[in-house]
Design a protein. Sequence first.
Length: 286
Amino acid sequence: MKYLLILNPNAGSSHNFLKNIFDHFKGHLLEIKNTTAPKDATKYAKAAKGKYDVVIAAGGDGTINEVVNGLAGSKKTKLGILPLGTENVLAKELHVPLKPEEAIKRIIKGKSKKFDLGLANKRYFTMVAGIGFDAQVAADVPSDLKKLLGSYAYHLTAIRTFFTFIPSEMEIKLDNQKMLRKGYMVVVGNIKRYGWILELTKHAKAQDGYLDVCIFKNKDVFNTMKYLVSATTTKNIPDLPNVEYFKVKQLTVKSKKPVLAHVDCEVLGKTPIKIKVVPKALEIIY
């Protein structure tokens, strides 16, 4: 078996295990490439597509997203996950061990399935796309604070952004429906987990050929924050007032004033955004 490990050297966890990593891959070929700049992981993964049996994303969810954008559509090369980030949302969703040595054992064992991906404009995502308040939070999080506090950096930034964020109304077209929906924050999930302990798209499955859409219709950011907090306890977002929930294959989001969007907590750009599901786009070891 040929493995390529793409490592983000700035990921939160210790990399001491790398000293003995080749011992775990005895009898196999292992190569390691370190990322030094944004999009390096995508470039390395794209070059490895079809040439390696497994490309291992060693880092956080951002590193995984970059690797996925290089591997999407591969018929031979699988994705392995070595979770070294602050949240490791995808690893938790797929029950990948958070201990590096155990995760490596899982990768070598090789049990895998084909998973759907979301595609927002031209960027793939494994977990979630967000437009509005949460995208602004993702844009506002200082990288130094994220290294220092991990997932708590997002919580603190959300509180700060709460006082400065000015919502803009968006128009959302779902599939081929003629009736446009309106809202002030849109979350599109390929999986249940959103981050931390939130499950905003609680009915999402990464193998059902659909994306789950949660539309927050209230302009008041206070109510949006209240709903997000309530989701940590009730996990019942779809049933809350002024929240609409749908399963779709595609959607388009527009707004008069440009609104920020993110995929997997990486800033994508601004509206208009077109999002669709790409069924069985990538085989992932879990």
